[in-house]
Design a protein. Structure first.
Length: 294
């Protein structure tokens, strides 16, 4: 589930958080560093199997990695991971109405919680900083009911989100493919087309359907490579690459059932999220045992 990030909506709040950075953090035995901005000890706390409605932002160094500022709804989080140092364990420390700042190990969060590749330049000692406001605690029954409502809302919204994106970009001339992708060709390629077993190297920028980028190879200055058929990327991206030739550039709208589906990607990508990729197929390395023709 995607979590809603702490909104800094007033100059006074910003000043308060700036002051918090100068104060020492406390630390739990399992390594969670924390500082409470507001602490309502009498309120209810989240429990395992229950959930919470949150506002939340996360930073790596000085870079904002994710924010729910653009969400038009509350988002609910299920408490299900009580491993040492986990974000769920941090949430259990909070009470309804609390605001807090947590620093957690970046490697542990990205690999165990959201199943993401480690960004270029991140070290095993780096921290992610979470600004969290716990708006409301949900019982296990409430979280199940709220999640079902949320999934239905997202499922019904997806076709409209795709249509709105296409309408906002008439110059791209998206064409619906038989596999469900929408592809707009920006630059033709003259090289070979990859097939099963080939290795491909791409540049890409990935966007939420609202146009907000969330990942890119361009900032890293390094191509992303994978082998066709190894299922190392979402199905929609692999299908798109198999339709391209070396040197081609395209915009691709990937519906959720070819991306992260009804589950989403933990805290980063909500359920039923169509995604947009700007992709350049830079290089195709054929499988050695095959004779290839253009």
């Amino acid at each position: 589930m995607r979590k809603t990030f702490f909104l800094l909506i007033a100059a006074g709040t910003i000043a308060l958080l700036a002051g918090c950075k100068k104060r020492p953090y406390f630390q739990t035995k399992d390594g969670i560093e924390y500082h409470f901005v507001e602490h309502h000890r009498s309120g209810p706390s989240p429990v395992l199997g229950g959930g919470a409605v949150l506002d939340i932002k996360v930073y790596w160094k000085d870079s904002l990695m994710f924010s729910s500022h653009d969400l038009h709804h509350d988002f609910n989080v299920m408490i299900k991971d009580t491993a040492e140092g986990s974000i769920d364990r941090a949430l259990i420390m909070m009470h309804q109405g609390d605001s807090a700042i947590f620093r957690l190990n970046a490697y542990n969060f990205l690999t165990h919680k959201v199943n993401m590749a480690i960004p270029e330049g991140m070290t095993p000692d780096d921290k992610l900083v979470f600004y969290i406001r716990l708006k409301r605690v949900l019982s296990p029954k409430q979280i199940t009911k709220e999640h079902e409502k949320f999934l239905e809302y997202r499922r019904n919204l997806e076709p409209q989100l795709i249509d709105d994106y296409i309408q906002r970009h008439p110059d791209y001339h998206f064409q619906l493919q038989s596999n469900g992708l929408y592809i707009a060709r920006v630059k033709d390629g003259k090289g070979i087309r990859p097939v099963e077993g080939d290795s491909v190297y791409i540049n890409y920028i990935s966007y939420f359907i609202n146009g907000e980028p969330f990942a890119s190879t361009l900032k890293k200055g390094k191509l992303f490579g994978f082998r066709i058929g190894d299922e190392k990327v979402i199905p929609g991206l692999e299908l798109a690459i198999k339709q391209m030739r070396q040197g081609q550039v395209a915009f691709v709208i990937i519906p959720s059932y070819l991306a992260y589906g009804k589950e989403g990607l933990m805290d980063l990508i909500p359920p039923y999220s169509p995604l947009v990729f700007q992709v350049e197929l830079v290089r195709v390395v054929p499988q050695r045992s095959k004779i290839r023709w253009k």
